[in-house]
Write a new protein. Structure first.
Length: 153
């Protein structure tokens, strides 16, 4: 009598294929049962609550309040819109690289940093120096110009 043509590895491969086919059929049936077909438009809606989270329940109309369109700011205000006194400031040089010729001025009360180039300095400055400056719009944002060192008396 001859040996069987089926080996152990062939049987294992066949079992894996059959298991895979059964899993695929089961997933297909689950998708059909959960399908949104035939359901109304309401089942497909998602709502956003007052914290910005998605929910299934519609918002309570009693908690609704009006917002003025003018109060909504999508971007930072332009420098032209700022009053004249906001275009000047004082701060401390937080970083300055003399070999490359640029640095940053940090304004303590607002914690904002402004870029400063060596061409915009009226006198030599270093890190930690207190300075006054004017703010202008540069190619990449607000920059400090006419930077003067504050003398401490």
């Amino acid at each position: 009598m001859g040996k069987s043509q089926e080996t152990f590895s062939k049987k294992e491969r066949e079992k894996k294929k059959l298991k895979k086919r059964q899993d695929k059929e089961q997933k297909k049936e689950e998708r059909k049962s959960v399908s949104l077909k035939g359901q109304g438009l309401e089942a497909m809606f998602a709502y956003v609550d007052h914290n910005g989270n998605l929910t299934d329940t519609p918002p309570d109309p009693k908690k609704k309040y009006e917002i003025n369109q003018e109060d909504i700011r999508i971007s930072t205000p332009k420098m032209e819109d700022l009053p004249e006194e906001d275009k000047t400031g004082s701060g401390v040089i937080s970083y300055f690289n003399t070999s490359k010729g640029y640095g940053f001025i940090k304004v303590p009360r607002s914690n904002v940093s402004y870029f400063v180039h060596a061409n915009n300095l009226t006198e030599q400055v270093g890190e930690g120096d207190k300075v006054t400056f004017e703010i202008e719009q540069g190619p990449r944002g607000a920059i400090a110009v006419n930077v003067r060192k504050v003398t401490v008396e």
